[in-house]
Ligand binder design. Structure first.
Ligand code: ATP
Ligand code: MG
Length: 321
């Protein structure tokens, strides 16, 4: 079975975009691929962060993953900081990456453009991400377009290391599972729904109360065209609502539906999808030790793979064992 790595940053609460774009495809592929669900807490510290928040979001994300149907027997849920090899490999890869390569990354340019105190770890973020992937010999990495450039760097570093120092890493491929939807912000459908962007007005949190969800959908931006159809250019809001409905129910709305009726259909579908996740989350959060145990078991399970990779890399690059 192909090994796959899916990463989530504990920068906030998981939302509908994370579920439809990443978690559901991961759960659906649990039989076919050998996935690792990585909660990348080290990445959450590349920008100003609150220590208590990173810890709390990490535990909550693990809980939501379980509630949504990630089976930790088949898909280890791994907290990045609990497998020390991530940081060790990060350093070894820094020794084959150049400053220019890191500084060219669009995400770095965007996030550092705001000025202020830019953390050095923000610059080296893609090198740590390369380490995350190469550490587990992941052959496939499901990525959205926003991560294409980072994945390309991971491939470059793997090939360069292998060429200079001998075959050490599996060169990963990016995959876009065909079921993975890109969900846009309901209030501003020109931006993707995200944990850390926007005001929150257009984001549907997986644990939001039903009434909050209903209101977020009722207030979703539409347009004055008045026809329910997909047109990303002229009707981004309506197109996004159709996308969400289709993704969840597999059903296309009729073009004679009114916007109000479309929103009701979307609300029904989202409520049905999230109610059982919310309920299981409530049960599981009564037992945080269970979730911590899942993380400990996940780290335990993948550590031998990580140790083997770092062992190969250390020897190849010239370190005494
Ligand atoms: P942040 O704003 O901190 O970057 P995020 O919401 O983009 O948070 P990530 O932790 O970066 O979430 O990504 C976790 C996974 O969810 C990735 O596989 C990513 O491609 C996917 N994902 C994130 N946002 C969306 C979205 N709006 N639609 C579909 N998939 C998404
Ligand atoms: Mg993101």
């Amino acid at each position: 079975r192909t090994r796959r790595l899916s990463g989530f940053q504990p920068t906030g609460r998981l939302h509908l975009g994370n579920l439809l774009g990443a978690l559901r495809p991961l759960i659906a592929a649990q039989g076919a691929a050998e996935s690792i669900a990585l909660i990348a807490d080290l990445h959450a510290m590349t920008v100003e962060h609150h220590p208590a928040a990173v810890r709390a979001f990490a535990l909550e994300q693990a809980t939501v993953m379980l509630a949504a149907g990630v089976d930790p027997q088949r898909t280890p849920i791994v907290l990045q900081s609990q497998v020390r090899e991530h940081t060790e490999l990060h350093y070894l890869l820094e020794c084959v990456a150049t400053h220019g390569e890191a500084a060219r990354m669009i995400q770095f340019k965007e996030k550092s453009a705001a000025g202020g105190q830019v953390r050095l770890s923000l610059l080296t973020y893609p090198v740590l991400m390369a380490a995350d992937i190469l550490l587990y010999d992941a052959a496939q990495v499901p990525v959205g377009e926003d991560q294409n450039q980072h994945l390309e760097l991971a491939r470059t570093l793997a090939v360069r290391f292998n060429t200079k120092y001998g075959a050490t890493f599996t060169v990963p491929e990016g995959v876009r599972p065909d079921s993975a939807a890109r969900i846009m912000d309901l209030a501003d459908p020109s931006a993707k729904m995200g944990k850390s962007n926007g005001s929150g007005a257009g984001r549907i949190g997986l644990l939001d109360p039903p009434e909050v969800i209903r209101r977020t959908i009722a207030r979703a931006a539409t347009d004055t065209v008045g026809v329910v159809r997909r047109d990303r250019e002229r009707q981004p809001g309506v197109t996004n609502l159709i996308g969400i409905l289709t993704e969840i129910t597999g059903r296309e709305p009729s073009d004679r539906t009114s916007y109000a009726a479309l929103k009701r259909e979307v609300n029904d579908a989202v409520q049905d999808l999230l109610a059982p996740i919310r309920a299981r989350h409530a049960e599981l959060s009564a037992n945080p030790d269970l979730v911590r145990g899942v993380l400990a078991a996940g780290a335990e399970k993948v550590r031998p793979i990580a140790a083997a990779t770092v062992g190969r890399a250390r020897a190849a690059i010239g370190l005494l064992d």
